[in-house]
Design a protein around this ligand. Structure first.
Ligand code: URP
Ligand code: ZN
Ligand code: ZN
Length: 463
């Protein structure tokens, strides 16, 4: 199969240039002067469009048991939604259940995903039990192509690990060339604040934010980085939401440590005010309960500056969707019982491109934070994350003038609400290719075959 993307402007993390992109089977085989490609290749029109590498979302939770229910998108609906949004690779989280092996968790997550995904996917491993028999399994997990482990400093009794276990896990990860992803919030005092709020009768969603202060994230981030420094392991802070945590990452990077951080669109575009819901119904705020919580809007500028200045490396989604009906409403009487998480896998590129249009980041940086940097950090580059000869033909033809409303009626994520209902953005995927096959055509047509996505064995840190 020979195809050629013609008439567009190729944008990578480093360059912007006019070229036609030749694709043979699943790979990019040429970047050609416009109009000079083989005549027998099937043409894909990109006139007036940018040709960018497919998005890579390294933080999703599909079909994940959490808060007494399961995230509502499974590997089928979640990867279809990703494709509509121009994301062609996901890295999801397998979860080790306490007292059971990581191998068992990996088998369970493979069974959830295999034969169901529209785009390629990999896994991180959430370690919840680092007893000696499980610590010694970590090298086997890395050999399976799962080269990063997420550890939690929050959610006591569920996912939280004590510092000694975290440190043992970090030491082992350092020895075997793996990366530690950290949920960096100091979780035990947070639970005391939650207890006190509930005892005082404060049950509404806004108390989710008021009981998880910024300082809890800042101390968690500092502690995660300090432990990683002692263990000599790269650390990647997931879903960073606030200025003080960012400053801890900046200090570490200034000292030359291999510390990385991602933020998410919800921390750039939404705020604590959304958690207040409406005057008629404060519980509407449950739509926006995620952890760390949405912060006051003045944090947005700090996060955009962090992205611009390379203090933050990645924007991922933390896509963890729950319906209001039957799921979020489990917390009607207590904000602490609202399942944590928001839908987002489909709208990440649209929102980040708004950041380009508003002057927060440049076009090349847009590509870098949404595709190239996550590919490098998580061992997928240059197979994924760029437009270069030999790379997988995971490509988005991005129409910079297309108006698109981020409303529930236009989206494919299964949550029964949209986090940005009514927001109209300019710029959307026109055509989405995964390994050379068109999966989305004309922005709204799903043409990829169900189950065509492949598991991706990842390598180590590549920056
Ligand atoms: O609210 C969130 N973030 N839900 C998913 C679990 C996590 O901590 O990433
Ligand atoms: Zn987390
Ligand atoms: Zn998450």
């Amino acid at each position: 199969m020979k195809r050629i993307i013609t008439g567009g402007t190729v944008v990578t993390a480093s360059d912007t240039f006019a070229a036609d992109v030749l694709i043979e089977d699943a790979k990019i085989t040429g970047l050609l002067l416009p109009g000079t490609g083989p005549k027998d290749a099937e043409a894909i029109d990109a006139k007036g469009c940018y040709v960018i590498p497919g998005g890579i979302d390294v933080h999703t939770h599909l079909d994940m048991p959490f808060g007494g229910t399961n995230s509502i998108d499974d590997f089928e609906s979640g990867t279809v939604a990703a494709a509509f949004g121009g994301t062609t690779t996901l890295v999801d989280f397998a979860i080790q259940a306490k007292g059971t092996s990581m191998k068992q968790a990996l088998d369970t997550w493979h069974a959830k995903a295999e034969g169901r995904t529209m785009v390629d996917y990999g896994f991180h491993m959430i370690a919840t039990d680092l007893a000696p028999q499980y610590l010694s399994e970590m090298a086997d997990i890395v050999r399976e192509g799962v080269t990063s482990f997420k550890l939690f400093m929050a959610y006591p009794g569920v996912l939280l690990l004590d510092d000694q276990s975290i440190f043992r896990g970090m030491l082992r990860a350092g020895e075997i060339g793996a990366t530690i992803c950290m949920h960096a919030e100091t979780g035990l005092p947070i639970d005391v604040l939650v207890e006190r709020a509930l005892a005082a009768g404060h049950t509404a969603p806004i108390y989710h934010a008021l009981t998880r202060p910024e300082v809890a994230e800042a101390t968690g981030t500092e502690r995660a980085i300090a432990l990683a420094e002692m263990a000599n392991v790269p650390v990647y802070i997931v879903h960073l939401s606030a200025q003080r945590a960012l400053e801890r990452v900046m200090e570490a990077r200034d000292r030359g440590l291999p510390a990385f951080a991602e933020t998410c669109p919800q921390y750039l575009f939404l705020s604590e005010d959304d958690l207040r819901g409406t005057a008629e119904d404060p519980f509407e705020g449950a739509k926006y309960v995620c952890t760390p919580p949405l912060r006051p809007a003045h944090h947005h500028d700090h996060l955009w500056r962090g992205l611009r200045n390379y203090d933050l490396q990645v924007v991922a989604t933390d896509h963890c969707p729950f319906c209001m009906k039957g799921q979020k409403e489990l917390g009607k009487d207590s904000f602490a019982k609202i399942p944590n998480g928001m839908p987002g896998v489909e709208t990440r590129l649209h929102l980040l491109y708004e950041g380009v249009r508003q002057g927060h980041i440049g076009l090349n940086r847009f590509v870098e934070i949404s595709s190239t940097a996550p590919a490098k950090i998580f061992g997928m580059y240059p197979k994924k994350g760029t437009i270069a000869v030999g790379s997988d033909a995971d490509i988005v033809v991005w129409d910079p003038n297309k108006q698109f409303e981020l409303s529930h009626k236009n989206l494919h994520m299964k949550a029964d609400y949209a986090a940005y209902e009514g927001k109209v953005v300019t710029g959307a995927p026109k055509t989405v290719l995964s390994r050379g096959e068109t999966v989305i055509a004309d922005t709204t047509k799903l043409v990829g075959k169900k189950g065509r996505g492949k598991f991706l064995r990842r390598g180590g840190l590549g920056v």
